[in-house]
Design a protein around this ligand. Structure first.
Ligand code: NAP
Ligand code: MG
Length: 434
């Protein structure tokens, strides 16, 4: 039952002759065919970035069936579909990233990163850069991946009861290294020449007696600091413990510097950690790996670049399906872009184009929207908006736990459902539950 205080209400019959609409603070309610429909107003803007192929189809279904009937949103729409990126010479991607900086919250549909095959397929002017890479470099962000948990989709690791989020440093180390294949005996040296013209520093890497390999890699204090700050922000916002693992016992200077920067940034936010009831802990990377396998989850695991590359795949596959993995880009200034971790699901799209039914998992895309809506609600201080996002997430989980799921999940669920549903049927079930 919903009760209203008369002083909060005004009756508005202007919307439609069939509806009686009552305006209450951030709610609009209307009676429609005997049912009370509540429309919630999301105060601040959300930057919406549309995308490609199957995820573009899902995107529209989510908006039409799960969001539009309940929310009054102020969306700043940018079409990052491959054709529109090509028409605008990719300017639309840069404009969208700038809009996120202005408004603070974005939600992005998966997009094609064109290769030679795609250039031909869509007759593109050129193989445009990955939109995610463009957005990430403009926002200077860190990417966090988090799995969605349902009771009947058991993780491969029995102890994992809560999601494990991975924060991967996405700059430097072996991903921006210089390598050399040593052909013969000789001396490899590391030389640093200061711009200020002061004395050069030179260290012997190895005196080769015969052929071998050598590599030089780097990172910067600015980048490590941004990474640490983004992880701390995420941990405080999500109220989850922060783990950071590296190998400072062996790499006392390189890994030791990462530890030093992390420790320093965490110490500066000590009071905020205490207030949020979460902790920061540094551990050796091998200790972190061993403890993760026995932990129940619920933490953010901050990883150096290579560790994050490897461990995010381990965690994603350990939790089940790509369709259950969300991803969020967080800038050091606290600007957020939410998305699904998977791509445009091209194979399903081609089936869809042939007129065949598809069973594509929309969960990660729905959670991209709920993440953005909840974040907007927190920024605007509108708890009803946050509550809507949580209700939608709960409806999704409840539908899956009730045995209604797409093909990818049906294959790993316990117990196995008798059948799986199509892309549209799943979204309809969530809509009904909501
Ligand atoms: P993908 O879209 O992630 O799909 C790979 C396979 O994983 C699918 O064929 C499907 O397996 C399964 N899968 C992924 N998401 C699923 C979902 N929601 N529901 C059910 N199954 C799902 O990768 P892709 O096909 O290699 O890449 C397609 C395009 O996406 C590429 O152009 C790439 O550039 C782009 N991409 C974009 C992003 C992004 O925007 N963030 C990220 C990655 C890739 P089955 O075929 O076995 O059913
Ligand atoms: Mg990887």
């Amino acid at each position: 039952m919903v009760t209203f205080d008369a002083k909060d209400c005004s009756v508005d019959n202007s919307t439609s002759s069939h509806y009686n609409s009552i305006r209450i603070k951030t709610f609009d309610t209307r009676l429609h065919q005997g049912a009370l429909i509540v429309t919630i107003t999301v105060k601040g803007p959300i930057v919406e970035m549309d995308g490609d192929e199957m995820t573009r189809i899902i995107w529209k279904m989510i908006k039409d069936k799960l969001l539009a009937p309940h929310l009054n949103m102020n969306l700043k729409y940018y079409d990052l579909g491959i054709r529109h990126r090509d028409e605008t010479n990719d300017a639309v991607t840069i404009d969208a990233a700038k809009a996120v900086i202005e408004h603070g919250v974005g939600v992005k549909c998966a997009t094609i990163t064109p290769n030679a095959g795609r250039v031909k397929e869509y007759s593109l002017k050129q193989a445009w850069k990955s939109p995610n890479a463009t957005i990430r470099s403009i926002l200077d962000g860190t990417v966090f991946r988090k799995p969605i948990i349902a009771k009947n989709i058991p993780p491969a690791v029995r102890s994992w009861q809560k999601p494990i989020s991975i924060g991967r440093h996405a700059y430097g180390d072996i991903y921006k290294s210089v390598e050399y294949k040593v052909p013969t005996a000789g001396k490899a040296e590391l030389v640093f020449t200061p711009t200020a013209g002061t004395e050069k520093v030179s260290l012997v890497v190895h005196e080769f007696k015969g052929p071998g390999v050598v590599m030089g890699m780097h990172n910067t204090e600015k980048s490590i600091q941004s990474f640490a700050r983004a992880c701390i922000k995420y941990s405080l916002n999500e109220k989850c413990d922060l783990w950071f693992g590296a190998k400072d016992t062996i790499s006392k200077t390189y890994h030791g510097f990462f530890k030093e920067v992390f420790d320093r940034e965490a110490a500066a936010r000590k009071a905020d950690f205490a207030r949020a009831g979460v902790t920061y802990r540094y551990m050796l990377i091998d200790d972190a790996v061993a403890q993760i396998m026995k932990a129940e989850g619920g933490m953010l695991w901050a990883c150096m670049n290579y560790d994050g590359d490897v461990m995010s795949d381990l965690v994603a596959s350990g939790f089940g399906s790509l369709g259950l993995m969300t991803s969020v880009l967080v800038s050091p200034e606290g600007k957020y872009v939410f998305e699904a971790a998977h791509g445009t699901v091209m194979r399903h799209y081609y089936e869809h184009l042939k007129g065949n039914p598809t069973s594509t998992n929309s969960v990660a895309s729905i959670f991209a929207w709920t993440g953005a809506i909840a974040r907007r609600g927190e920024l605007d201080n509108t708890p009803d908006v946050v509550a809507f996002a949580k209700s939608l997430e709960a409806a999704v989980i409840s539908v899956i736990e009730g045995g209604v799921m797409t093909k990818d999940l049906a294959a790993i669920a316990e117990p196995k459902p008798a059948n799986y549903v199509t892309t549209g049927e799943f979204i309809d079930s969530v809509s009904k539950k909501l």
